[in-house]
Design a protein around this ligand. Structure first.
Ligand code: HEM
Ligand code: HEM
Length: 176
């Protein structure tokens, strides 16, 4: 498995990036529940996987962050001048933070409300008593952070396309 180099993200980093991107896109379909209470094709086929896929994102994002930290120093550099590099890095750190916060708050909703947690048919936590503070924590943050994450992803994609088509500096290619 190739590590990152200053020219290009390695195999594992690219696998993590694109697998998580697809899964988060899938998760975002949860907003379709707002249309006809989810009584439509998307709501009945893709959205019911929300909890399982969300927990899978957590299982992928933790090793992804560990791998990013381990590869620090030998991965592609940020843009110049330094303040722009700082901004890009801060944006990526915020994306990582949201990717952790989403499943953590989702799991808090389920356990806090006493629903338990079942992932791909396996019961990890049985339903039971309510934990009101956990339910409030998850219930207050999950939806706002989801919208924030979607806005950040939109900005992220615009920046990636701007690098590719306007600056033509190979930034997109090093993640492909
Ligand atoms: C990367 C992970 C996740 C993303 C991106 C995500 C995204 C979303 C989005 C976009 C919504 C709709 C919000 C709205 O309509 O305003 C939502 C709702 C919900 N999600 Fe997640 N989710 C994730 C993980 C999870 C996990 C792991 C669970 C449970 C274990 C979960 C449980 C829920 C529940 C119960 C709702 C409906 C409650 C509400 O609307 O506040 N989510 N999620
Ligand atoms: C759910 C969607 C996405 C998420 C959560 C996401 C998240 C991230 C994160 C956290 C990084 C930083 C990697 C690091 O340095 O550790 C990154 C890098 C990158 N992403 Fe995404 N990404 C998403 C979708 C996309 C899409 C659709 C594109 C292309 C159109 C894209 C293009 C890139 C590129 C080119 C980089 C490397 C930037 C650089 O080297 O400075 N991403 N992404």
């Amino acid at each position: 498995m190739k590590s990152d180099t200053p020219q290009r993200y390695g195999t594992l980093s690219r696998l993590f990036h694109w697998a998580i991107a697809v899964l988060v896109f899938w998760q975002a379909l949860k907003i379709f529940d707002r249309i006809d209470d989810g009584e439509h094709w998307v709501g009945q086929t893709l959205v019911p996987w929300h909890i399982s896929i969300g927990v899978l994102v957590l299982l992928l994002v933790v090793p992804r962050i560990a791998w990013a930290l381990r590869n620090q120093g030998n991965r592609p550099p940020g843009p110049q001048p330094a303040w722009l590099g700082f901004l890009a890095k801060a944006g990526h750190v915020a994306l990582y933070a949201a990717l952790v916060l989403m499943p953590v708050t989702g799991i808090s909703i389920m356990i806090g409300n006493g629903y338990g947690l079942a992932v791909f048919g396996m019961e990890l936590v049985a339903g039971g008593g309510e934990i009101p503070w956990l339910a409030t924590f998850g219930g207050t943050l999950h939806s706002p952070v989801a919208w924030l994450l979607l806005a950040m992803i939109a900005g992220h994609v615009v920046m990636a396309l701007w690098h590719h088509f306007v600056r033509r500096d190979g930034v997109l290619r090093r993640m492909l």
